[in-house]
Design a protein around this ligand. Structure first.
Ligand code: HSE
Length: 428
């Protein structure tokens, strides 16, 4: 049987899990792929860190960049993370030196994927990044292989386990935001710096990668991004009363030949499939032709799920399956026009915290009518003994930019106590 010599660079939660998995499952993975995955070398920032397993001294690379230079290495697995610095250097150099690369690094692929793909194609090596999007959910290989027949018009879903875990725990267990976040960190779901989990950047990177695969386009930075930091228990309770759940969703869709990419908290009907996805689970829904709607769900974060995706990529290389990293050749990928969501129509949930006095409600509804936004439902909840009130308005479908104008105008009024909120609704 042939061998494929591997260097794993980065031995944090994920690198360590992958190392041990490959040690334990070498035989079955070799049999399935007719080629042996040989982990010849490893490298880590902190070699001395206490690990629950031992690594033969001979396996340690002196310098992580040796992985890109040594003749006895065929495949570099990059598990350092981050779009710049060591990870970037390692992946660019490895591909330039004709090494295959497997990476879980969505930030790197979302930023430099187009350049990296060109180098990989020129040098006829693989650049595989299944683990960069939705952990154990095999969405990239599904788009590139299982769903290859399809013209995709929409991909959407829950692409961040940490934020989904936080939102569903706030909903179900009445827990506080920071306790839940700490738990997500302990379980290895959250990023080392969880701000990307909370501000939408993590979903944004994943969505850019997915939409370029779905629409055969280059990566595109025209994307609307909002995270979950402003969502509180009151919004979740209000949504429940109105028949919705709040989820952080990513969408890439073609509407009248225009592509929109957006990431934002969304009110989605309780009866919808996406609303039922709780905890660290991710779910991806694809609308394609001829397949119709296809759904994949699974654990989107954590070392075990991510290892499942990494081994899928490694296996593809073991089988000698060299494909274009983004499904089609860089020569055939298109520079498509992506549109800003300001012209797109949504219905929306708006929440205003106001001083409870005469004229406020009529002033607010006037601003809506001036901007030609029609109100569907209105709930006013006065706070006990506080001369304050919450006004929640649900609208009929209107242009996104109208909502922004309304919020901007109302937030200048002296009866406003707290910054107003706008959460888009998905009524499908
Ligand atoms: N931090 C990510 C998440 C996992 O919570 O979904 C890696 O993409």
């Amino acid at each position: 049987m042939k061998n494929l010599n591997i260097a794993i660079v980065g031995l944090g939660n994920i690198g360590s899990y992958l190392y041990r998995y490959l040690e334990k499952n070498k035989k079955i993975i070799s049999e399935k792929n007719n080629c042996v995955p040989n982990v010849l070398y490893v490298s880590a920032k902190n070699k001395k860190r206490k690990r629950a397993f031992s690594i033969n001294k001979k396996k340690w690379l002196k310098n992580y960049l040796d992985a890109t230079k040594r003749n006895d290495i065929d495949l570099v697995v990059e598990l350092i993370g981050g779009s710049e610095g060591a990870a970037k250097k390692l992946v660019f150099n490895a591909l330039k030196n004709k090494k295959h690369v497997v990476t879980a690094n969505k930030a790197l692929i979302a930023k430099y994927g187009d350049q990296l793909a060109k180098i990989a194609e020129k040098n006829k090596v693989n650049l595989e990044f299944e683990a960069s999007v939705c952990g154990g959910v095999p969405i990239i290989r599904s788009i590139k292989e299982g769903l290859i027949a399809n013209k995709i018009k929409k991909i959407y879903g829950i692409f961040n386990g940490t934020s989904n875990y936080i939102l569903s725990s706030m909903d179900k267990e009445d827990k506080n935001f920071f306790d839940v976040l700490n738990n997500a960190k302990k379980l290895g779901y959250a990023e080392a710096n969880p701000s990307a989990d909370l501000n939408g950047d993590d979903v944004s990177a994943k969505l850019k990668i997915l939409s370029s695969l779905c629409f055969n386009s280059f990566l595109n930075n025209n994307i609307h991004v909002e995270g979950i930091a402003n969502i509180d228990k009151d919004d979740i309770d209000n949504a429940n009363k109105l028949g919705y759940k709040i989820k952080l969703l990513g969408y890439a869709e073609v509407i009248n030949n225009k592509i929109y990419q957006r990431v934002h908290p969304t009110l989605i009907k309780k009866s919808s499939y996406v609303a039922s996805i709780d905890g660290v689970l991710n779910a991806v829904i694809i609308d394609g032709s001829p397949v119709g709607q296809s759904v994949i769900q699974g654990e989107g974060a954590g070392p075990a799920a991510t290892t499942s995706a990494l081994v899928s990529d490694i296996s593809s290389i073991l089988r000698g399956n060299i494909k274009f990293p983004f499904s089609i050749s860089s020569k055939d990928r298109k520079k498509l026009k992506f549109k800003n969501i300001s012209e797109r129509f949504f219905s929306a949930y708006l929440r205003f915290e106001v001083a409870d006095k005469y004229g406020v409600l009529s002033n607010i509804t006037n601003v809506f009518s001036k901007n030609r936004v029609s109100i569907k439902r209105l709930i006013q909840n006065p706070k006990k003994n506080k001369d304050k009130s919450t006004i929640v308005i649900v609208t009929h479908s209107s242009k996104d930019k109208s909502y922004n104008k309304i919020v901007k105008e109302i937030d200048k009024k002296n009866y406003i106590i707290k910054k107003s909120k706008l959460i888009r609704i998905d009524d499908n």
